[in-house]
Ligand binder design. Structure first.
Ligand SMILES: Nc1ncnc2c1ncn2[C@@H]1O[C@H](COP(=O)(O)OP(=O)(O)OP(=O)(O)O)[C@@H](O)[C@H]1O
Ligand SMILES: [Mg+2]
Length: 366
């Protein structure tokens, strides 16, 4: 019964003490919009002030899991930040999803495109950086943000390890291959304990969106961490996301995860630009024969299930991981390989969608 779940949840939340106030999370008014599903899965917002310790969100999550409850959906918000307004979408309300804040457009960022997946290691960062570089090669002004604060990939993938400068109170983005870059990996030491980085995903994402001197961009690519967690929620609540791209592998397993990932964007009314199937077979460079190492059809099935477009199937490309580790995206390192050609096509397809939603944007030539 929901009420018993409700009291278990409230007790678990209150077992986590805010050292600043000495009281539990419920008692200190740090939990808002608490909603409990029939199975006990809680959805709520943690109101985290600047002076609150970064670890509270993680502790809350652990306390709920320790109490035998399902994974909660947690959004994080600074109560002193801009107050969210109520979401108007009627289907969200009828689906029992709590009202989400209406995200605003951030002038200058252009089209915001989230590259997400259900499962880790399927190639989000690979797709994100190659699409970004391909669009920059087409003459667009492109930025890319690494929204993974626990395992940032961007410094390694772009081969950039400098510390960004701060000028006039704004963090200056770094640049590689004509793309502006920002990642928590530029700001903290690689071996900094995760606790230092803290689960203040909302704060980091907001800062990266608003306190970085991005300049005027056409297109802003967000490389998400895997799953349907706090980063995804934080992003869609912080800025108007033009669309999401879901990366999956051909395996059935990761398609199920990807489906959950995609549904999350659907619930918050972010358009689905489509599916990228990555590591989709191996093209033998000598014979040109295709070998399906990881099964087939996952991307297609997912696209069908979501009524979304299959934006492309990127083959497993020998040497790609090596080049990526040296900071060289495949569209730069080996632009004529099947993977690079496909990634450029995917970039064009994504931009074709992004540039036609709502406001007018520059159109690619050629
Ligand atoms: N098509 C491909 N061919 C060969 N190697 C690939 C391909 N796509 C990705 N890889 C390699 O697979 C590894 C995982 O890819 P990547 O880091 O892009 O995944 P991710 O989804 O961003 O992972 P995480 O969830 O950890 O952020 C990397 O070493 C990458 O270079
Ligand atoms: Mg990644």
């Amino acid at each position: 019964m929901t009420t018993s779940h409700q009291s278990t949840i409230e007790a678990a939340l209150d077992s986590v003490l805010n050292p600043r106030t000495g009281t539990g999370m419920m008692a200190s008014g740090m939990i808002a919009d608490l909603d409990v599903a029939a199975d006990g899965a809680a959805t709520f917002t943690v109101l985290l002030r600047r002076e609150d310790p970064a670890t509270l969100v993680r502790q809350v999550r652990q306390a709920l899991t320790a109490a035998g409850l399902p994974q909660p959906k947690i959004a994080v918000r600074d109560p002193e930040g801009p107050a969210p307004t109520t979401h108007a979408a009627p289907q969200s309300a009828s689906a029992g999803v709590p009202a989400a804040p209406v995200p605003s457009e951030i002038p200058g960022l252009g089209r915001v495109i989230a590259i997400s997946s259900g499962k880790g290691g399927v190639g989000k960062s690979t797709v994100a950086i190659n699409v970004a570089v391909a669009l920059a090669e087409r003459g667009l002004r492109v930025g890319i943000m690494d929204a993974d604060i626990y395992g940032p990939n961007l410094p390694r993938m772009a081969g950039v390890y400098e510390k960004p400068a701060v000028r006039d109170g704004l963090i200056q983005p770094l640049e590689a291959w004509g793309v502006k870059l920002m990642s928590i990996g530029f700001l903290v030491d690689r071996d900094a304990p995760a606790i230092w980085r803290g689960p203040i995903i909302m704060k980091v994402i907001n800062q990266f969106l608003r306190d970085v001197a991005w300049g005027e961009l056409d297109c802003f690519i967000v490389d998400m961490p895997p799953g349907t967690g706090d980063a995804q929620l934080s992003l869609v609540q912080s800025v108007l996301v033009s669309g999401a791209v879901i990366v999956t592998t051909p395996q059935e397993m990761s398609v199920g995860d990807a489906l959950r990932g995609a549904k999350m964007f659907e619930r918050v009314n972010v358009p689905m630009f489509g599916i990228v199937e990555n590591m989709s077979g191996f093209l033998d460079p000598v014979t040109g024969m295709r070998h399906d190492l990881f099964g087939t059809g996952g991307g297609e099935r997912l696209a069908e299930e979501l009524d979304a477009e299959l934006l492309g199937q990127v083959p497993l490309q020998g040497g790609m991981a090596d080049a990526a580790d040296r900071g060289r995206p495949i569209v730069i390192e080996a632009p004529t390989t099947a993977a690079a050609v496909m990634l450029r096509e995917i970039a064009d397809r994504i931009w074709a969608k992004a540039s036609t939603v709502r406001q007018r944007m520059p159109v690619l030539e050629g």
